[in-house]
Design a protein around this ligand. Structure first.
Ligand code: MN
Length: 571
């Protein structure tokens, strides 16, 4: 594709200056990638082009389009970043840097990925566009997954399901979320994927035919109320979310009500409710299945009316009713606001967005406060729990919705609202009943915290906290009170005893009895390849214990046949 052909694909909204910058970025990336091939054999530049066009579809600003074109140029050459800064400005350089991989550093497997992911989140807390581009990058790369070895396919697919799709969900970009999930599903769970496609084909009514059956009645009744819908369609089936739903319902297809699901787009909020009325007049609604996300939007901003009815042929059908604006926001989420609210003001993206995405701000505070000393794997683990695990939505007594990870307790709820509320918690009421502080909260629970002024957290409170936000608050509060919290077991350092000597029956037995005579539990013993002058080298692992170790060493040296003993204290 030439620059000219590329520019033709862009919508009219960009200014001539922006179009010129985009053209320069196109040429710059084409030059850098000119000799590179994708794993599929195609030319590499096709990938940044595809990513940038996905960003165009999301209506992103020019800086994002430029950064998408440049996102893979930095890893090829260190001096590139300076050039990017010079030619495209600090903001683009920041975005590209946040997107670069850790190719040059030799980390093994997961760790390398953890470090890149961590870096991405650091940058994203300052400018959310980093994450949006990264989501699109991942989506395009999933399209070439089939050329990778199976083990890599699975790792990338799992990471997509565990981290990337939940991010897209939390940003409200459902169009990207479902696309990521369905592409990754195939590689993460190949058998389940094949099974579900087969089952859905059998069980779902043929969409077009079914729509044809419903349409005449529906249009006639809507017309009577002067409702002219902009669009009625059957929404595409998302296999991964369907599978997850089946897992929750013990694989019972009969409890899945939205196998057939229609979406109606109308002009105004009033028309949404009027349309709901028409549908309920025509078909009997299922009790408990009417959801008013217009009056009570989901925490990611999603708005719509949902209802399931016994429709034509007695098939249970779900209707989603929304305005065009609600629809755009549901599909594009934060990206729908980007162009007109936040372009060029990355700092404003935090906390002041029109959607007011509190978790971005939380992420920002969280990594600033707590994560300086965490290694990348701990960081990712905490991140998965605090931000991207399945969520529960609970209510404050005033009706505010609080968004917590699944498994969260009243203690997490209290710390989420305010550290002082957490510190002084002595009990909790859920739906007006007093419950233990260790109880798990469920979506829809109304939670009231019972507190006692001047109360200080105890070690026991730590056991009842699940999020690292709550845990870290409690730990720092305990520290202030001079209470020592034991480090978790896996962090304990170990002593490696290296014992070299001649081959002798009963040698291991003698070593073991010396160590146990000190009351030390030996964790394991391995025999190393013979090297140097010794026929036998054993490495014995014991828990770290500085005081006793020199004594143990002296005693070990006295064993018959042992020539040399030394030790190291390791993590
Ligand atoms: Mn890429």
């Amino acid at each position: 594709m030439t620059a000219k052909e590329y520019l033709k694909k862009l919508p009219k909204k960009y200014t001539p200056k922006e179009l010129e910058d985009i053209r320069r970025a196109f040429e710059f990336a084409s030059e850098i990638h000119k000799d590179e091939k994708r794993l599929t054999g195609g030319s590499y530049i096709d990938h940044p082009i595809a990513v940038s066009l996905l960003a165009v579809d999301l209506n992103m600003d020019a800086q994002t389009i430029i950064s998408s074109l440049l996102h893979d140029t930095y890893e090829t050459d260190k001096t590139t970043l300076n050039k990017i800064r010079k030619h495209f400005g600090q903001e683009v350089a920041f975005l590209v840097k946040g997107l670069s991989k850790f190719k040059k550093i030799k980390y093994r497997g997961i760790e390398r990925n953890a470090e890149s992911t961590r870096k991405m989140f650091m940058a994203a807390a300052k400018d959310i566009r980093v994450i949006i581009i990264k989501l699109l990058d991942r989506f395009d790369n999933l399209g070439t997954l089939h050329v990778l070895p199976e083990i890599k396919q699975r790792r990338i697919a799992m990471e997509t399901l565990e981290i990337y799709a939940p991010i897209a969900d939390r940003l409200g970009i459902s169009s990207i979320k479902s696309k990521l999930e369905d592409r990754a599903f195939k590689y993460a769970y190949p058998e389940e994927y094949a099974w579900i496609i087969n089952e859905t084909n059998e069980k779902t009514p043929r969409r077009e035919a079914y729509l044809q059956k419903i349409m005449p009645t529906l249009s006639r009744e809507l017309a009577k109320e002067n409702i002219a819908p902009e669009n009625i369609n059957f929404r595409a089936k998302h296999y991964y979310s369907l599978w997850k739903k089946l897992l929750r319902k013990n694989m019972d297809w009969y409890s899945i009500y939205d196998l057939a699901a229609a979406r109606i787009i109308v002009d105004s909020t009033e028309m949404c409710y009027a349309t709901l009325g028409v549908i309920h007049k025509l078909w009997k609604p299922l009790p408990g299945k009417i959801k008013d996300y217009i009056a009570l939007p989901k925490p990611n901003g999603y708005q719509s009316l949902h209802t399931s009815v016994f429709c034509v042929d007695d098939k249970i059908t779900e209707f989603q009713i929304r305005t065009k604006k609600m629809h755009e926001e549901a599909e594009f989420g934060i990206a729908a606001h980007w162009a007109w609210e936040m372009a060029g003001k990355p700092e404003r993206a935090i906390g002041t967005s029109p959607r007011n995405i509190p978790w971005i701000k939380q992420l920002h505070d969280w990594q600033k406060k707590f994560n300086k000393n965490m290694n990348s794997e701990e960081f990712l683990k905490a991140l998965k729990i605090d931000f991207f695990s399945d969520r529960v939505f609970v209510l404050t007594p005033r009706g505010d919705i609080i968004d917590l990870p699944e498994g969260a307790t009243p203690v997490d709820f209290a710390y989420h609202i305010h550290s002082n509320l957490g510190d002084t918690i002595i009990g909790a009421k859920v739906n007006n009943k007093i419950i233990p502080l260790s109880s798990e909260l469920y979506s829809g629970d109304m939670v009231e915290i019972i507190r006692q002024k001047n109360k200080k957290p105890s070690i026991k409170l730590l056991d009842n906290a699940k999020t690292s936000v709550a845990k870290n608050h409690i730990k720092s509060s305990l520290k202030k009170q001079g209470i020592f919290v034991k480090a978790p077991k896996q962090k304990q350092r170990k002593t490696h005893l290296k014992i070299a000597g001649e081959d002798r029956i009963g040698l291991i037995n003698d070593i073991t009895s010396v160590i146990t005579s000190f009351g030390i539990n030996m964790e394991s013993i391995v025999q190393n390849e013979p090297h140097g002058k010794y026929a036998n080298v054993f490495i014995c692992f014991i828990p770290k214990n500085k005081k006793q170790v020199p004594l143990v060493v002296t005693r070990l040296k006295k064993i018959k046949g042992v020539e040399e003993v030394d030790y190291k204290i390791k993590n």
